[in-house]
Design a protein around this ligand. Structure first.
Ligand code: GLY
Length: 377
């Protein structure tokens, strides 16, 4: 087996997938092509109606494509394809799109194309990659993250958007997008990741000169802190850049961030807080970070020598087991699986709630352990 987990861990992963599948089945009946984000009173609302270009709008589709790949159930593929069609208006209108076109179309069109070869999906994926490429800033060598604010910023999250450019270069045969993605990843090595293995969230640039002007706090506790989902994006994102390019510095950076993450998570018995550098009290959790980090650790484990692998696999299993033991809602009558996810530190309404991307990474992590996943990134 790829990850060499124990028979007991395998049994746990199988049972967890059965629970996930029951929940996904129930949600598939209720949600159809909805774009869920955070449930209200146990029920998802359609974020696509309110904000079609919202960055999380494709994670439900990602869950469905993973589940389709694992089970072959056509009802999953049908709803995922319907989400993808709904997003066409966002591509046509262009308004509101930002660097998160990677998340949005990797989990819809690119996944659809990878699993079925659908031509329309390939074209949608290429359009989305072109939108991300158009955000490249030659002064500073980065992809501009957001459209709002006075500053032009790059954020650690963007490492997870780069794979749409690696994919785009692969399918078009033009290496230009891959080179741009690597230029951004190189900037992240210099300016976003810190030497101790922790990561900034945001780096701001002077738009004219490309000079770094500041590294403000973002969705974590504050300036200089260590927002855990950002650390998870760095682990997974750098490992993915290594997968697609073979550049050793990316894997080394991913491992450094992983070691920083695990040293801190161990102190909290693998219950992951929103920020490793927030005050000790009150503790606010973010299980989306735990689930995403677990997937990143499994990705790292695929690129290291045999004797290094157990550290990453054992730790990923530990994070996922802790999460499923303490923080999952398995009631099929209620939407949302992973509880206590946090979108950001400073907004109470977005703290310790179920969030769709927590569920995506939980499903991906468990399917990875069962070797029933496919690479969506
Ligand atoms: N990419 C935005 C976030 O992680 O909240």
């Amino acid at each position: 087996m790829k990850y060499e987990i124990t028979p007991k861990e395998l049994e746990w992963a199988q049972q967890t997938w059965e629970r996930l599948e029951r929940k996904i089945d129930a949600q598939n009946e209720r949600l159809g092509s909805m774009m869920p984000y955070i449930p209200v009173n146990g029920r998802y609302e359609d974020m696509g109606e309110e904000h079609l270009a919202w960055w999380t709008n494709s994670f439900w589709s990602g869950i469905l494509w993973q589940a389709y790949h694992a089970t072959g159930k056509q009802a999953y593929a049908d709803n995922a394809a319907a989400v993808e069609e709904r997003l066409d208006r966002a591509l046509e209108e262009y308004a509101g799109l930002d660097h998160d076109v990677g998340f949005m179309w990797l989990h819809t069109a690119v996944a659809h194309y990878r699993l079925t070869g659908n031509e329309q999906s390939r074209l949608r994926g290429i359009h989305a990659a072109a939108v991300l490429a158009s955000r490249f800033q030659p002064a500073g060598n980065y992809f501009r993250a957001w459209n709002h604010g006075e500053d032009s910023v790059a954020i650690v999250d963007c490492l997870m958007n780069l794979p749409i450019l690696y994919w785009g270069s692969e399918v078009t045969g033009d290496s230009a997008w891959k080179k741009l993605a690597m230029t951004h990843a190189d900037m992240a090595l210099r300016e976003i990741l810190r030497p101790d293995g922790s990561s900034n969230h945001i780096v701001a640039f002077d738009r004219e000169t490309g000079e770094v002007t500041k590294k403000p706090g973002g969705q974590g506790y504050g300036e200089g802190s260590a927002w855990t989902r950002g650390q998870a994006w760095a682990i997974y994102g750098m490992a993915l850049s290594y997968r697609h390019t073979g550049k050793q510095e990316y894997l080394d950076a991913s491992k450094r961030t992983a070691h920083y993450f695990l040293a801190n998570a161990a102190l909290m018995d693998y219950d992951v807080a929103i920020d490793f550098r927030a005050p000790a009290e009150p503790v606010y959790y973010d299980n989306t970070a735990a689930a995403c980090a677990a997937c990143g650790l499994l990705e790292v484990s695929e690129h290291v020598p045999d004797l290094e692998r157990p550290l990453y696999v054992r730790s990923a299993v530990k994070l996922l087991q802790r999460l499923t033991e303490r923080f999952c809602n398995w009631n099929p009558e209620e939407d949302g699986i992973t509880t206590k996810g946090s979108a950001r530190y400073d907004r109470a309404s977005d703290r310790e709630v179920p969030i769709i991307y927590g569920d995506y990474f939980l499903a991906e992590g468990v399917l990875r352990l069962l070797e029933k996943d496919f690479l969506i990134w």
